[in-house]
Write a protein of this length. Structure first.
Length: 220
């Protein structure tokens, strides 16, 4: 059965692949699983029909038969468990790949999201100028720690895994802000992820949504 995921009808990132459907698309491309996409407006995301899929009214979600999932990390791990290619077969290595997946989402991503929130929603607050460097400092601590662990390796724990996919997807959010440049090992790690054919296919698929939408609007 072909799964259906949800994504922004018009992503605020203009097709740069920063929304979280990108990591799900990437995982599906890595394992060679075709998928359908239901595009949602911001309004539709908050309607009951979508809240039944995700109580928080967010994308991405996953539907496959009577299985409905939300949370990008859970969806990526679901894909990884069902198909070869994203989790090692050996039990301990598999457990470590899951640990790296959680590290990406619950240790590295939160300070990055905090910074984005500060930039997009708190710019006018009197404390913004003081808070931003503090948030960036916290990110640099995490990046230094991650970089030290990665060292000269290509991936976090042997072969490319769901842990790398999620970690690269998280780090990509820093690309435009100039913060990754201070950590050349991580910049190279991200570049390796982006160079994967599956990443390229996923990126083009989400970009096509934005391009189609822009063309439709222009031709009206
Ligand atoms: N923890 C959830 C998960 O991992 O799935 C978080 C899901 C989430 O934050 N979804 C966002 C969403 O639906 C889209 S990805 N937001 C709408 C809402 O909450 O009403 C976050 C995102 C949005 C936009 C950009 N951007 O424009 O660059 C980047 C990332």
């Amino acid at each position: 059965m072909t799964p259906t995921i949800t994504a922004f009808e018009r992503s605020p990132d203009g097709g740069r692949g920063l929304a979280r459907d990108m990591r799900v698309r990437w995982a599906l491309e890595e394992v060679g699983q075709p998928y359908d996409v239901r595009l949602l407006s911001f309004g539709a995301m908050k309607e009951q029909a979508h809240r039944a899929r995700n109580p928080f009214g967010q994308i991405p979600t996953w539907e496959e038969g009577d299985l409905v999932l939300f949370e990008s990390g859970a969806i990526v791990l679901h894909i990884a468990k069902r198909h070869a290619g994203l989790l090692p077969a050996e039990a301990k290595a598999r457990a470590r790949a899951v640990a790296w997946s959680f590290a990406a989402i619950s240790t590295v991503e939160p300070p990055i999201v905090e910074r984005e929130t500060a930039i997009y929603l708190e710019r006018d607050r009197p404390w913004h100028a003081e808070r931003l460097p503090m948030l960036e400092g916290r990110i640099h601590v995490r990046l230094s720690e991650l970089s030290a662990r990665l060292g000269a390796a290509h991936w976090l724990d042997g072969a490319f895994s769901a842990g790398d996919l999620l970690m690269v997807a998280v780090l990509i959010r820093l690309k435009d802000g100039g913060m990754l440049e201070a950590h050349p090992g991580l910049a190279a790690y991200v570049a390796r992820g982006e160079a994967r054919p599956a990443y390229r296919r996923a990126f083009e698929a989400q970009r096509a949504v934005f391009a189609d939408r822009s063309n439709n609007l222009k031709s009206r």
